[in-house]
Design a protein around this ligand. Sequence first.
Ligand code: GLP
Length: 267
Amino acid sequence: MEILIRPTPGHVARLVARLVLERVRAKPELVLGCATGRTMEAVYDELVAGHRAGVADLGRLRTFNLDEYVGLAPGDPHSYHHYMRERLFDRVGLPPERSRLPNGAATDLAAEARAYEAAIAAAGGIDLQLLGLGETGHIGFNEPLSALMSRTREKALTPTTRAQNAAMFGGDPDAVPRRALTMGVGTILEAREVLLVVTGAGKAEVLARATEGPITARISATALQLHPNCKVVVDEAAAGALEGTAYYRFAYEHEPEWAPYRSDPAL
Ligand code: GLP
């Protein structure tokens, strides 16, 4: 795991987008794992800007999303299907058949979960997985005590998560669905590369526990410590409770890999 601390959420979004665009240039039909949430909105804006500027063509991607609310049809304005079309897919002309999210309105959710896993495998696995961090320390909707080897399945959401996401449902936590279909922690760990994106002081404590604390099913993001190619991109506010910042900063300032990024003030 490598932690990159950047000054502001804008720097974080631009650096994450730069990394994604580079991967797409190297492999135009990249299989991208997409995340939702407010943190990702700025990342998708930067990706769309890069696409429009011709840095990379995002219209040839294959995408799989982490999760979807149970009971929401793909056309529902609160669904993650809708979020993704608005934030990314329609803006880069990605043909609908190239993107897939779990169908939260499926009548047989267990069968849908199995089909989702099979579709990821048939696509050759996920090359690059984007992740946000929930206030409970979840990745996807893998709430506390999710098995660290779990696969795509239905999961009950915590009151904390429903409150966190209430703003997207008119501010009412009770309007947030109680369950979601989510990739498992084991599914996420099979991605060849992972980028965890975290901004804001409100995530500082859980970020420190996720990255520097012991691996525990209580915080599914701690499983990322086992991943051989995981970068965590955070702003100064989110880095506020980390203990190892002197080393993380030193590595970014001195590792040759980061030289081209260091010299760009936008990153
Ligand atoms: C939801 C998603 C998570 C995401 C989280 C972060 O809970 N299911 O995958 O990481 O939102 O949300 P935000 O960026 O709004 O804090």
